[in-house]
Design a protein around this ligand. Sequence first.
Ligand SMILES: Nc1ncnc2c1ncn2[C@@H]1O[C@H](COP(=O)(O)OP(=O)(O)OP(=O)(O)O)[C@@H](O)[C@H]1O
Ligand SMILES: [Mg+2]
Length: 165
Amino acid sequence: MNVKLLRMIKFKTTSPEQTEKFGREFAKSLCGGDVIALTGDLGAGKTCLTRGIADGLGSTSYVSSPTFTIVNEYDGGRLMLFHFDTYRLSGSDDFLMSGLDEYFFRNGVCVIEWSDIIDDLLPEDTIRMTIKGDGNTRSFECECPEKYQKYMVEAALKVGAETEE
Ligand SMILES: Nc1ncnc2c1ncn2[C@@H]1O[C@H](COP(=O)(O)OP(=O)(O)OP(=O)(O)O)[C@@H](O)[C@H]1O
Ligand SMILES: [Mg+2]
């Protein structure tokens, strides 16, 4: 039997800078082929977190939401970053028809905004993060496969985010 050791990790940030810092710290633990799936409303902080991840991987480009394409590629870092915004896709079929699932097999890190649209296609070890909140506070609820749990908690603690079991 394949028992998945998922754990829900929760923490809060109180500024965009702190969210970005978390991303920067957590990125240090990422490997080629990792997928981070982000859900949360408009303005939740998905791109802000992705900006931190890009920085943590060593890319010097400024990350903004993909506008004309579904995915932006960032290099120059330790690993490629593939930043998806699937908001405009109609569903999984649309993703597959566009051949976008090929990115999961490339040796980079995939960060996917609005990932719920393609949830059924996400690889088994996907890190799922939901961001909620208003003002400057954001709550992160992360469905975290075993191999990243330690790194996620460490990154949250390192940036001074309030953690919750
Ligand atoms: N603690 C926080 N963490 C992240 N962003 C925050 C925080 N507090 C305030 N903000 C603000 O929330 C906004 C987050 O914007 P961002 O573009 O990252 O959202 P998004 O989830 O990518 O939205 P969209 O779905 O439109 O792409 C920014 O204006 C940022 O300054
Ligand atoms: Mg965004």
